[in-house]
Design a binder for this molecule. Structure first.
Ligand code: BG6
Length: 492
């Protein structure tokens, strides 16, 4: 069966930077379904040839090591372009006719919404009016992939979900969160549920707290227009950080299938303790980097946060009382995404005390999502020939050491292929989106209330505002940057 992959918003940055390179790479690895037509659709007037030229430039720019002229030529034969207005039903009819004239007429249709988010409802409605959304049992599949942001609060997400559910079943809808496409993020599941030794410890009896840090060294760059209306909480927490949280905190699904997996993830969101407005200064920190206000495209009086910390609790048997500290920001010291599981102290610190130490030791597991993908387990060892003196040592696993010959693929490669194959495990379901917005909306309403925390400034190149250290420090804890330390020691 032949398939059409139609990209709305094809002249945009995402198509050139991520989507086409991902599809090209999957084609190069011979993983794409046979007879796949890729059709770019957007307002800009391009011929097929110009579109191909632009996409070739994109591949040579964004994934230069993978470029191979003969593979490209073969791939380019499947690339087409249709200019049109996403709000004009006639242009969908033209698209439909065009597809019907392809040799090997596509029976399966996959639509990718990479337009400005305000256009999503229009595209959905027009696709439906052009009879492109219904699966009849006689035609092939009809699926839609939606790029983030999925709404900007609970009510807009509900409106979008309703628009989608009016024309499609939930099983036809694939909401992208590119963090779920990252190999190291999927490895959290394999690590937790494929090894018997960690799961018995993965609970409040053994874990003191969990940290999730997604730090970026870049500022807002050319996306200031979007970012200044969005901020770190909406841009990173509602999706990526809460997805990481769900994978760390969820129960094991009974089978590894989309519905079972997503049912377990949703239970974590249901158990999240709301942060009432009067507690927002206690449990959240908002920061803005120095110099943000003079970035091009940023309102010089902007109060948008470029950094956020949230301390949260999951009220269930496994996690009751265990704090989860989440932080994310731009212009931070280093680009580093890391999950840190801090275990409880041994009940007696006989060894430390014998060695006259004041800083007491705890075990720690750090999962390095990116860069320098790997894991570190920190434990105590005896220093030889020094009486009972102990030293903290590290058991180190690096993806590159074990799978050095395999280049870690871009997140989009996996996600686009999964959508083509009909596997929704790594996509967000409607209830996941709604519950995560509900939690985020709660924080936002605190930020808009009389109890709003101050917006603290921080230096570019730092680890965020000092207040984030005070928040975690008041309970005798501190931020862990284990993965960046390892990065340094291995590159030195
Ligand atoms: C995007 C955000 O979803 O994720 C960006 O909109 C952010 O602001 C990006 O820079 C981070 O992704 P990654 O894969 O580089 O960690």
């Amino acid at each position: 069966m032949s398939t059409a992959f139609v990209i709305f918003g094809a002249s945009g940055d995402l198509t050139a930077r991520k989507l086409i390179p991902a599809l090209y790479n999957k084609f190069r690895k011979k993983r794409l379904p046979e007879a796949l037509h890729i059709i770019g659709f957007s307002r800009t007037q391009f011929s097929d040839e110009t579109f191909r030229e632009k996409m070739k430039e994109a591949i040579t720019k964004y994934t230069p090591h993978d470029y191979d002229e003969s593979v490209w030529k073969e791939f380019a034969r499947n690339l087409h372009y249709q200019s049109g207005d996403v709000d004009n039903i006639d242009h969908y009819q033209i698209l439909k006719k065009r597809m019907s004239q392809f040799e090997n007429r596509p029976e399966n249709l996959l639509f990718y919404l990479a337009t400005a988010p305000v256009l999503y409802p229009k595209v959905i409605t027009r696709l439906h009016e052009a009879s492109l959304t219904a699966e009849s049992g006689q035609n092939g599949f009809r699926r839609i992939i939606i790029e983030k942001p999925f709404g900007r609060d609970l009510s807009s997400a509900l409106i979008l979900n309703n628009a989608l559910h009016t024309v499609m079943d939930e099983k036809q809808i694939y909401r992208i969160d590119h963090y779920l496409g990252k190999e190291t993020v999927q490895n959290v599941l394999v690590f937790r549920f494929g090894n018997a030794i960690f799961e018995p410890l993965w609970n409040r009896n053994y874990i003191d707290h969990v940290q999730i840090t997604v730090a970026e060294s870049e500022g807002v760059g050319h996306r200031a227009g979007y970012y200044d209306q969005t901020g770190a909480l909406r841009d990173m927490f509602q999706n990526h950080l809460l997805q990481l949280l769900m994978l760390v905190a969820m129960e094991s699904p009974v089978v590894f299938e989309a519905e079972a997996l997503r049912n377990e993830k949703v239970k974590v969101l249901r158990a999240l303790r709301d942060i009432p407005p009067e507690y927002s200064s206690r449990y959240t920190v908002r920061g803005q980097y120095e110099g943000y206000l003079s970035e091009e495209g940023v309102n010089p009086k902007s109060r948008t946060e470029t950094y956020t910390t949230v301390q949260l609790y999951i009220d269930n048997w496994r996690w009751q009382g265990v704090p989860f500290y989440l932080q994310s920001g731009k212009k931070m010291k280093e680009k580093s995404s890391e999950i840190s599981i801090q275990f409880r102290r041994p009940p007696t610190q006989i060894l430390d005390i014998a060695a006259g130490k004041t800083e007491l030791f705890t075990n720690r597991l750090s999962i390095c999502i990116q860069p320098n993908e790997g894991m570190h387990l920190c434990f105590l060892a005896k220093v030889p020939d020094q009486g009972l003196q102990t030293h903290q040592v590290d058991m180190n696993y690096q993806f590159q050491d074990s799978f050095g010959s395999i280049v870690i693929p871009e997140a989009y490669e996996r996600l686009l292929l999964d959508a083509l194959l009909g596997d929704a495990s790594l996509f967000a379901r409607s209830d996941e989106i709604e519950l995560s917005w509900k939690f985020i909306d709660g924080i936002l309403s605190g930020w808009e209330s009389e109890y709003a925390p101050q917006l603290f400034r921080y230096q570019p190149g730092s680890w965020g505002p000092d207040e984030a250290n005070y928040l975690i420090g008041r309970e005798g804890r501190w931020w862990i940057h284990e993965c960046t330390q390892h990065q340094k020691s291995t590159t030195m």
